[in-house]
Design a protein around this ligand. Structure first.
Ligand SMILES: Cc1cc2nc3c(=O)[nH]c(=O)nc-3n(C[C@H](O)[C@H](O)[C@H](O)COP(=O)(O)OP(=O)(O)OC[C@H]3O[C@@H](n4cnc5c(N)ncnc54)[C@H](O)[C@@H]3O)c2cc1C
Length: 373
């Protein structure tokens, strides 16, 4: 494989570009806006295998978490990678409490590192600033969790790949994947540029389907979306050490003097349909939940409030690999894309260069997302 085109420089496209360039493959990566500036930027960006409902999905995410360490090892410094561990608790009442205990037991059984404690120990040893619902609430630390600064990771990957001489970045929108005699031959850009390629990786995130639609009868079907309100606060000092999965809100550092917050309860109140901004009362609701979780945040200042929408295959598994009906077309499109991106990048680069498919992708073929037409 001599030249590969990549559509999109989010975290997934950038990881694939980096790993291809490492192997001496020439890459044209086309990004219509700021690299890492779409879903990757608004993401909560936690490295976690929590809430993966099947063993296959859990193993993918668990593997993805550790792949971040392997990727970081390739760099002299990895300022995007924050292996802080996670701390989780439930409100200890009713159904959510029961499902939390079951989730933790299941993770434990699957080999996830789990440290159990009560609120007093959690305050003493892990998170002095958190207010737990009551003293007997079960608290769990997941030592292998963490978070990623997505845009910083994307920038580092692109810089390294460009420095190797194998990556060329193009600013523009891919309008068409050109196919001749049953194989991909070029990308056509909105500005009329034509980039000759031997293969393409569709890593367009929420626009994966519109890029795939240019392939005619091979349009992508069976996708889902989920929206989440994400608020960044400017803080005095750094009041949180772990990625918190609290009963009321999820909170993590977002770098010195900043935290990022989201909440499943607030997300459930978001109106249906894609949007980039939330109503003020929902933002207030989220910020109050953050204050109740970590009272030190009461003096924090609202920096930005955005609604991010994740798009992914409806069966919850990624779409990673080659489309068998079209030579040279690959897809890289996933839920939990931050956690999975380095693993996707390394293994998809292997598939593109050697034809070998990693066994963990056996249920993730893009073929399953096509209906015969
Ligand atoms: C609120 C929220 C919270 C999340 N929390 C987590 C989490 O805690 N942990 C986790 O692992 N995952 C999380 N996710 C999911 C994760 O963020 C995404 O799966 C991941 O960022 C997707 O990366 P991507 O590179 O596929 O897409 P994107 O980051 O969207 O990148 C796609 C890129 O393609 C470009 N593009 C699109 N079409 C074209 C075109 N035609 N031509 C040129 N360029 C194009 C876009 O401009 C964009 O830059 C969350 C998502 C959201 C929205």
């Amino acid at each position: 494989m001599k030249t590969v085109g990549i559509v999109g420089a989010g975290v997934v496209g950038a990881c694939v570009a980096f790993h291809l360039a490492q192997r001496g493959v020439h890459v044209h990566c086309v990004e219509r806006a700021r690299p890492g500036g779409l879903t990757t930027d608004v993401s909560f960006a936690r490295l976690s295998a929590y809430q993966q409902s099947t063993y296959t999905r859990f193993e993918l995410s668990h593997t993805g978490m550790f792949e971040h360490a392997r990727l970081a090892d390739r760099f002299d410094a990895a300022p995007w990678w924050h292996p802080t561990g996670g701390v989780a608790w439930s409100d200890g009442t009713g159904g959510r409490g029961a499902s939390f205990a079951e989730e933790v037991d299941r993770l434990d059984a699957w080999g996830y590192r789990v440290v159990r404690a009560d609120a007093a120990r959690a305050n003493r040893e892990w998170e002095p600033g958190v207010v737990f619902p009551h003293s007997r609430v079960p608290v769990v630390r997941f030592p292998d969790e963490g978070w990623i600064d997505g845009p910083l990771l994307v920038a580092a990957l692109i810089r390294a790949a460009e420095g190797s001489g194998y990556l060329t970045m193009w600013r523009g929108a891919v309008e068409d994947v050109e196919v001749r005699d049953g194989r991909v031959v070029a990308l056509r850009l909105a500005n009329q540029d034509r980039l000759a390629v031997d293969a393409v990786v569709n890593a367009a995130g929420p626009d994966t389907a519109s890029v795939a639609a240019t392939l005619g009868g091979l349009a992508l079907t069976g996708t889902s979306t989920r929206s989440s309100l994400v608020v960044d606060l400017k803080t005095d000092g750094d009041p949180v050490r772990h990625v918190l999965r609290g009963a009321e809100a999820h909170v993590r550092s977002a770098g010195p003097g900043r935290v990022r917050v989201r909440s499943e309860q607030v997300d459930a109140l978001l109106p249906a349909g894609p949007r980039s901004h939330a109503e003020r009362d929902l933002v207030d609701n989220l910020v109050e939940r953050a204050h109740r979780t970590l009272p030190a945040l009461s003096s924090a200042v609202l920096d930005q409030a955005r609604v991010g929408t994740a798009t992914f295959p409806a069966d919850g598994l990624p779409s990673v690999g080659a489309l068998s009906a079209l030579s040279g077309y690959y897809e890289a499109f996933a839920n939990s894309g931050i956690t999975l991106a380095p693993f996707i990048g390394r293994t998809l680069a292997t598939q593109i260069t050697t034809g070998e498919v990693h066994p963990l992708w056996s249920q993730c073929s893009p073929d399953r997302l096509r209906v015969a037409s």
